[in-house]
Design a protein around this ligand. Structure first.
Ligand code: MLT
Length: 239
């Protein structure tokens, strides 16, 4: 399988993704939220780039049918039901609800990639299951790492490396140069926590009180669930 890797949400674009299979990764924390919410029974997740767009979309749902979630500068947005902490997307809160999510990097990566033939959301939480499904499709894959505010982010790269390594257990893979770096980083000695101990986004989230989110998001394979983007504008679990 041919695998390419894009380093940030800003570096992906509709032309690059057109007709391809794309896996968007934003470990901290958008794709971890998306995987968690859908695995915990949320119905659909609509992603928007802007806050006004999210609020407008909310008015199209019946009362109590949808929740607003997301962050700016890591913090919950004023008037929103939920922030961007995956730990708050519990089954009690999200079951059968639609979620309207707007984040700084992750939802931008989805928007910039949505010309893909198939688009999936991947995080450490579902990496092995995602690899199995992607290997079954055996189509060329573009991994879009969301990054952080336009910068390359080690957490996404490490998850990309783990995804590539997991796919390689099922089918032979051929990576572009950035994909090879991600794979080599994943295959280095050391735990995920050790490899990310100096990662900027990890340090930022810890500094604003989200240590528990970091711990949670760095756990591989909690779920056998794969969110897929549908042309109607939402993510739901791949059946
Ligand atoms: C994002 O999409 O920008 C991130 O998920 C931000 C965060 O929650 O730290």
């Amino acid at each position: 399988m041919e695998i390419g890797l894009i380093a940030t949400a800003q570096l992906t674009n509709p032309a690059l993704c057109e007709g391809k299979t794309v896996a968007v990764i934003d470990v901290l924390r958008a794709t971890s939220v998306i995987v968690t919410a859908l695995a915990n029974g949320a119905d659909k997740i609509y992603t928007t780039e802007g806050i006004p767009e999210a609020r407008n979309l909310l008015t199209t749902f019946l009362p109590n049918a949808a929740l607003l979630g997301g962050e700016r500068a890591g913090k919950k947005i004023e008037g929103f039901d939920l922030g961007n902490s995956p730990l708050s997307y519990t089954a009690e809160v999200v079951r059968d609800k639609n979620i309207i999510l707007t984040t700084t990097n992750g939802t931008l990566a989805i928007r910039n990639s949505k010309t893909a033939k198939q688009l999936f959301a991947v995080s450490f939480l579902n990496v092995l299951y995602a690899a199995k499904v992607l290997a079954e499709t055996n189509q060329p894959l573009m991994i879009v790492c969301s990054g952080t505010n336009g910068n390359f982010s080690l957490d996404d790269a490490l998850c990309a490396g783990m995804l590539i390594d997991s796919i390689s257990r099922f089918v032979p893979v051929q990576c572009d140069d950035l994909g090879q770096i991600a794979l080599a980083f994943h295959r280095q000695e050391g735990s995920i926590q050790e490899k990310l101990s100096d990662c900027r986004h990890v340090k930022f989230l810890r500094s604003i009180g989200y240590e528990k989110d970091v711990e949670y998001c760095l756990q591989p394979n909690l779920f056998t669930a794969l969110p897929e983007y549908f042309p109607e504008g939402y993510l739901a679990l791949k059946q």
